[in-house]
Write a protein that binds this ligand. Sequence first.
Ligand SMILES: NC(=O)c1ccc[n+]([C@@H]2O[C@H](COP(=O)([O-])OP(=O)(O)OC[C@H]3O[C@@H](n4cnc5c(N)ncnc54)[C@H](OP(=O)(O)O)[C@@H]3O)[C@@H](O)[C@H]2O)c1
Length: 301
Amino acid sequence: MVLFGGSGLIGRALARRLGRDRAVCTFRSRPVEGGIRYDALTADPATVLDQAGPASHALLLFANSDTRQCATDPEATRQVNVAANKRVIDALLARGIMPVFFSSDGVFDGEKGNYVEDDPVKPVMEYGKQKAEVERYLRERTDDFLILRPARVYGAAPGAGTMLDDWLQAVTEGHEIVCAHDTRFCPIDVDDLATLVTALVENDTRGVFHTGGPESATHWSLLKSLLDALDAEDRAPPLVLKSILDLADWEPRPLDTSLVSTKAYEKCGFVPADPESVIAAFARSAHAGQNAPAQRTSRHD
Ligand SMILES: NC(=O)c1ccc[n+]([C@@H]2O[C@H](COP(=O)([O-])OP(=O)(O)OC[C@H]3O[C@@H](n4cnc5c(N)ncnc54)[C@H](OP(=O)(O)O)[C@@H]3O)[C@@H](O)[C@H]2O)c1
């Protein structure tokens, strides 16, 4: 299996799950042991596939997921998120390798929430528009595809570089936390996402699958649970609660992108952990001092 963008948050979790024998990762700026250097703006994906050797599936994980950059520089970010993804898809289809495209819950407008796979996509933010365009491109070319729509990813293990690490650092250092109180989504633990993705690929599944966690949450509800679990009320950092519409006032934002992901759970026979369990496990590890140095935080919000 080839992981285009295997050096990121999700790619590293998948590589751990699959093992070095089964996963060939590409990286751009963060080297991965045994990985292949690949810059989507300059390199030919066919060269990566030649180097990687035979593969049944390729995971399209690479992206510029900084939603603010997508909005403020759509032309540059489209080069990576749209044009380069299309080139990889073409190269895969030419070789009979099944594309597994990592889309997002950001393809929805956030008006109704509890989205199922058949709900029409209607992105309101540029990042979601870019994801929706690649989804459409892929569907128009083949039926042999997997489109996965993860929700916001976090991790029970400190140091993965998710929002929980940012908040833990703020608590430890007493920094102010500015937190959105009104966006609802279904966060998923990164290792649980890796379990779902691996099972879907191993079962040779096709189609569109929502891959969020089992319960919806807001940034604020997650932060409150973390402060509780850390027993940090008495040393809580200064908190500023805001609407996402004020925090990200450069473009419209979807308010409720919660996903129904039971189709994936049933296919895989596995239900990811709920937010309370993920946060309790994170706090236990933090208390035990397992604060591995954080990876660079992904900018999905
Ligand atoms: N994390 C989430 O909460 C979340 C939620 C929904 C959907 N997704 C989607 O899932 C996918 C993986 O997410 P992630 O969190 O693992 O992302 P990430 O941590 O930001 O990693 C991005 C990956 O893309 C690579 N990359 C970036 N620009 C590139 C370029 N110009 N050429 C080649 N490679 C490039 C990075 O390489 P280097 O780091 O080596 O430079 C890295 O391997 C993305 O498509 C993202 O949009 C993520």
